[in-house]
Ligand binder design. Structure first.
Ligand SMILES: O=c1ccn([C@@H]2O[C@H](COP(=O)(O)OP(=O)(O)O[C@H]3O[C@H](CO)[C@@H](O)[C@H](O)[C@H]3O)[C@@H](O)[C@H]2O)c(=O)[nH]1
Length: 431
């Protein structure tokens, strides 16, 4: 979540604004290299106090499983005094926040305006986070008959539901109390969902575009991967990554590996070791490494996803459809196969697969389990030459990519966003 905030800070700094970025100490180290304007963007570390239930040293959501995020929220709330002290000292024109729902109340006491910056999709906010809604049921007037949950999503929703109630209250409180809402999306992809949110909250909604880093500014792809990928034909490799929050059960991890093997295609899987395992190696299916060693790698560490997607040998991306990965998949030329876990990922998947028709979704059973056959089948349906589905999604994806990467679309969003923001902040009537 913090990465798009920092990309947005870079845009503000580029246009002459000063930004103070409040974040936990450990996250500062992870984000520092993305700060393109260190003279204008100053990191302000927050101390994360220990909370019962929160593992020692955990400071961000990527340090813990989703089931423990509620303890992190408690720790975040305990940082309120530190945030308030910073506001008192710095007297900012505007505070951008997301799940710290108490920020608007606190800011009002100091006469400071606030903007809730939503880095998850507009479709998920529209479906799950409008007042009067109920989890799993589209709210009245919801603008899509396709971007919905289905029976086989019960698993994704139930694993989240206890935590979700509290999360729901936080986000809707933040959305209701802030002065303005902004969303990391664009009209071309999620226009009708943004308009719906604006109507429901009766508040100005500003769009920033997807807030992706500019590719030429990132480091080149590590040699080990560029070398390995170059050993395969154009568009032949399947790349699979499931973001920063998904840790698979061991049996599902093994099924994923076997599904990749079953495709007969070269593959690179980058996921964290499954539950109960310290390393990937100890969890692999028996004999797997020997069988796939010339064409398949399962890697337990972070890889440079955007650069891997841009490599000419990579032809298919199997993704959890986290919102960042969704944009990266759209910007790539890869065929897209979706394997969502959390609720927003499920809705993003329906948007991509059913509304935009640029991807396919792996079939799951009601328990949430997906079989190696279904995984392999979904991949082959887009990778086999002359596959009707494959050709259809390739065409729609190419058309949409053209819109999204068209000259000026992304910079147009940030320019307009910063312009409007300047006007709104200076407007004492809060239009
Ligand atoms: O090995 C890896 C794995 C991921 N990434 C990058 O990490 C980011 C991941 O972002 P995203 O796709 O949004 O995934 P998560 O961090 O897993 O997603 C969390 O945050 C998203 C909002 O950004 C929500 O949509 C998801 O549900 C929530 O799990 C992307 O830029 C990837 O390129 C890498 O570079 N290397």
């Amino acid at each position: 979540h913090m990465t798009p905030f920092l990309h947005l800070a870079n845009k503000l700094a580029e246009k002459g604004h000063r930004v103070t970025f409040l974040l936990p100490k450990k996250a500062q180290k992870q984000l520092e290299h993305l700060n393109l304007f260190p003279d204008s963007i100053v990191f302000h570390p927050l101390t994360i106090f220990p909370v019962d239930g929160l593992p020692a040293g955990a400071e961000t959501a990527s340090d813990i499983p989703v089931s423990l995020v509620r303890f992190l929220s408690i720790a975040m709330d305990l940082s309120r005094d530190q945030v308030e002290a910073a506001v008192r000292a710095l007297r900012p024109d505007l505070i951008l926040f997301d799940i710290a729902h108490w920020v608007p109340d606190m800011a009002k006491e100091h006469g400071v305006k606030t903007m809730m910056y939503n880095v998850i999709s507009a479709n998920c906010t529209a479906h799950d986070l409008v007042p009067g809604g109920e989890l799993g049921v589209p709210p009245p007037g919801y603008p899509s008959s396709k971007v919905l949950y289905r029976e086989q999503d019960a698993h994704a929703l139930s694993s989240f539901s206890t935590y979700y109630k509290r999360f729901y209250n936080r986000v809707t409180t933040g959305l209701m109390n802030c002065d303005f809402i902004s969303i990391r999306t664009c009209q071309e992809i999620e226009g009708k969902f943004c308009d719906y949110i604006e109507r429901q909250y009766q508040k100005k909604v500003l769009l920033t575009g997807p807030m992706l880093p500019e590719p030429e500014k990132s480091k080149p792809l590590e040699d080990q991967w560029s070398h390995w990928l170059s050993g395969f034909g154009q568009g032949s490799v399947v790349f699979c990554a499931l973001g920063s929050q998904i840790t698979l059960e061991k049996d599902q991890f093994q099924e994923l590996c076997l599904g990749m093997e079953l495709t007969g295609l070269p593959f690179l899987v980058a996921v964290t070791p499954p539950k109960g395992a310290k390393t990937i190696q100890e969890a692999l299916p028996e004999g797997f490494e020997d069988r796939v060693k010339s064409r398949g790698v399962v890697w337990g560490e972070w890889v440079q996803q955007p650069l891997i997607l841009a490599h000419s040998s990579v032809g298919c991306f199997v993704s959890h459809c986290g919102f960042g990965s969704m944009w990266e998949s759209l910007m790539s030329d890869c065929q897209i196969v979706l394997l969502p876990y959390l609720n927003d990922q499920v809705l993003n998947t329906r948007l991509m697969t059913e509304e935009l028709e640029v991807s396919v979704e792996v079939k799951r059973e009601e328990t949430g389990w997906f079989s190696k056959e279904n995984l392999s089948c979904a991949i082959m349906s887009v990778m086999e030459k002359d596959s009707e589905v494959g050709n259809r999604v390739r065409r729609s994806h190419a058309n949409l990519k053209e819109v999204v990467v068209s000259a000026g679309l992304l910079t147009g969003y940030t320019d307009k966003f910063v312009d409007t923001l300047e006007k709104l902040v200076n407007d004492t009537n809060l239009e």
